[in-house]
Design a binder for this molecule. Structure first.
Ligand code: F3S
Length: 420
């Protein structure tokens, strides 16, 4: 393994010639590069920074951001944020304590001073930050990382919040891991024999694949899956978007997968004859039942329903609007999305039927990073396998996992009537 080669500009950053804030960023990126044996730093086209909710950052995290901004650091490439701990505009409506809101606003102010665009979403690729095949990125949110690598064919490691921010300030990241061809070869080849239909089936599949692959690179061969998917020019812009979003979020939640090749969909599966590593493990998935069983508790009632993990697309909001039109929710239904998507939904008249039914549409945030203590919820219904993995540990909730239609029924009746 050779020594890390730095360009003249990299060395100027490291020597503090571009300011103290930039020096700190260079130091962090170079340290990571040295640890992981990178041979150089690679320019990146965009950054997505996790570590935004004050619930996770706390006072120490906030002070860290403020001191970086104070030191004159500014991002050099387009950069967005992961969800914050509240809807930045409507936090009062959603019962966020004022003390928390003030600290969350201070976090956002610090990011603004650093030059980061205040778009708090785990789906940056739906709201203007859509990387192209082969582009290098430094993204942090695990579901977005898996989507960018697996569906769009871009290249990013699963960055931590500080390392992503450092890369944004430097405009470069260390070239190791999923930036390299070698590390993108499939370590697990998984034949998927069961039919896949609904987005939740793809989420259930992702859950199983993540458990099997750990931190490896799976290659999925969908034997009974939708043949049309593999023929699409741009699957991320097709009706399969919610399915692919569910799959990539789940695979990154139950495992530490950053790249999951899908034969015919991931660009490299059409381009690389050497895609499969010589020692790759061969596996098969015959049924999704183990995932549905693992992600479902036994309760037949629910008191909270969550839709929009990862953040809902316009198409998903349209579907929720159609399912709720003329109905009334009996228990809380929270739909999370990006601010830009919410605004577009408003322009299309999609919010009215949702809000009239008594549901909430929240931008900028998600359940997992909101302050949830003391709200009294016990059983969550969700159509997201990722949310079903996270909610027990992060929100103290038991989960029911099933299709969007079942979740909307649960919101209207307060009962869980099954995953069928
Ligand atoms: Fe996004 Fe939160 Fe789910 S960050 S992927 S909505 S857990």
């Amino acid at each position: 393994m050779g020594e890390l080669q730095l360009s003249c500009t990299d060395q100027q950053f490291l020597a503090g010639e571009r300011g103290e804030g930039a020096r700190l960023a260079a130091q962090l990126v170079v340290a990571l590069g040295s640890i992981y044996g990178a041979r150089d730093l690679v320019p990146i086209s965009s950054v997505q920074v996790a570590g935004v909710s004050y619930r996770n950052l706390g006072e120490a995290g906030l002070e860290f951001l403020q001191s970086w901004a104070e030191a004159g650091a500014r991002v050099r490439v387009p950069s967005m944020l992961n969800p914050a701990g509240m809807d930045l505009l409507a936090w009062q409506e959603h019962g966020i304590p004022e003390a928390f809101a003030r600290r969350q606003q201070a976090v956002i102010e610090a990011y603004k001073r650093l030059g980061v665009t205040v778009s708090c979403t785990c789906t940056p690729y739906l709201v203007g930050m859509r990387p192209r095949h082969g582009e290098h990125l430094a993204w942090s949110e695990s579901s977005a990382v898996a989507f960018a690598n697996s569906i769009l064919g871009a290249r990013t490691n699963r960055e931590g919040g500080p390392s992503a921010l450092a890369a944004a300030i430097l405009g470069k990241t260390a070239r190791y891991g999923l930036h390299l061809d070698e590390a993108r070869r499939a370590t697990h080849v998984i034949d998927v024999a069961c039919p896949l239909d609904r987005p939740t089936d793809f989420g259930a599949l992702g859950y199983l694949v993540g458990r099997m692959a750990g931190d490896g690179v799976p290659l999925l061969r969908l034997r009974a899956g939708p043949a049309a998917l593999a023929r699409l020019e741009d699957p991320a812009a097709s009706r399969w978007l919610p399915h692919l979003k569910s799959l990539t979020a789940a695979v990154a939640a139950s495992g530490a997968v950053g790249l999951c090749h899908i034969e015919g969909v991931t660009p490299e599966t059409r381009e690389r004859p050497d895609l499969i590593a010589p020692q790759a493990t061969r596996l098969a998935i015959e049924s999704l039942r183990p995932a549905y069983e693992a992600l479902n508790g036994a309760e037949d009632y629910v008191d909270l329903v969550s839709v929009g993990c990862p953040h809902a697309s316009l198409g998903e909001l349209a579907q929720v609007a159609r399912l709720l039109r003329g109905r009334r929710t009996r228990v809380e239904l929270w739909i999370t999305t990006a601010r830009a998507t919410l605004q577009e939904a408003q322009r299309h008249g999609l919010l009215e039927p949702i809000l009239s039914a008594g549901a909430r549409v929240m931008a900028d945030t998600c359940l997992v990073v909101m302050p949830m203590a003391g709200r009294g919820f016990r059983v969550l219904a969700t159509d997201s396998a990722k949310m079903a993995v996270y909610a027990p540990a992060h929100c103290g909730l038991t989960t029911r996992f099933g299709p969007l239609e079942a979740c909307i029924e649960a919101a209207v009746t307060g009962r869980w009537q099954g995953t069928a």
